[in-house]
Write a protein that binds this ligand. Sequence first.
Ligand code: AKB
Length: 349
Amino acid sequence: MRKSFLNLVKTLEVGSRLYHSGSNGPRVLITGGLGQLGTGLARELRKLHGPESVILSDIVKPEAEEIAKGPFVFADVLDFKCLQEIVVNKRIDWIVHFSALLSAVGENNVPLAVRVNIEGLHNVMELAKQYKLKLFVPSTIGAFGPESPRNPTPNICIQRPKTIYGVSKVHAELLGEYYHKRFNLDFRCLRYPGIILYDSHPGGGTTDYAVQIFHDALTTGKHVCYLRPDARLPMMYIDDCLRATIEYMMTPGKQLTTRTYNVHAMSFTPEELYAEVKKHVPNLEIEYKVDSRQAIADAWPMVFDDSSARTDWSWKENIPMEKLVDIMITNLRKVYAGDPSTGKLDAMA
Ligand code: AKB
């Protein structure tokens, strides 16, 4: 039977220890914490375990209001000692390793992507092993390639990604699973689809047109799309992504049949998204100027088969496409009208 999210959060297993929600919850370090996902995950975990339970870290200077919400520290994932000091001094139990260059920016700076996505991963994995931490590393639809089945893409199939981002993510999946088997590291990995959210700007991904179109709809009234109208990709609203991450992290290890899971919510093309956004903004125009990101999308899954996640830890999305579009438009209207309840947009990544 599917446990409710609230019941699930009451008791959670971290390694061999049991934590109860409230101030005794796990102490979590989030790397790359000021990117698209970190602040949202910190907010949700802090609701469960208190403001002090999550330490956001980044090399970027945070806004004053971010500091007001809970602890923030400088952490460069390339500096093992710096990470080690935080883990020891702050008594960290979990690391959520969000620090990474995404697909499109990775192609523009391969040496940096190798350092951040691969060397940075080695540092957190070694630390997690040494200090017996639970480690979450996100993977992605980008971990697949043209040889993989695309509709649907199963949890286990051939993976020959053609971007440095994809290569680094397959490396993370395999190394994490190896450390789990060899050293009993509690490694957990979800393959995210394109994530859509309104309180931060796109961060250099191939799926980011599906965020940008909302901003354009409410500002210039015209979206220039770098993908073809029929480029179908899996997508997910941020709330489902954060809930999937927390539910998965809290699932007792003995329920898991693997350590890397596909998670799916919806799948659409630019043409379909445009039609849905137009229902809210009838004058929106779209022009297609296809660039190198189309080749990346061409090799990625169109639909994810996430039956393993559904079976093993009862994953189920809550937000379908129509609802996602409604949420995005409603909230971005408030953001552009300067409504303080919606918060500020994060700076362009
Ligand atoms: C990207 O487009 O690079 C990311 C992803 C799907 O991992 N959003």
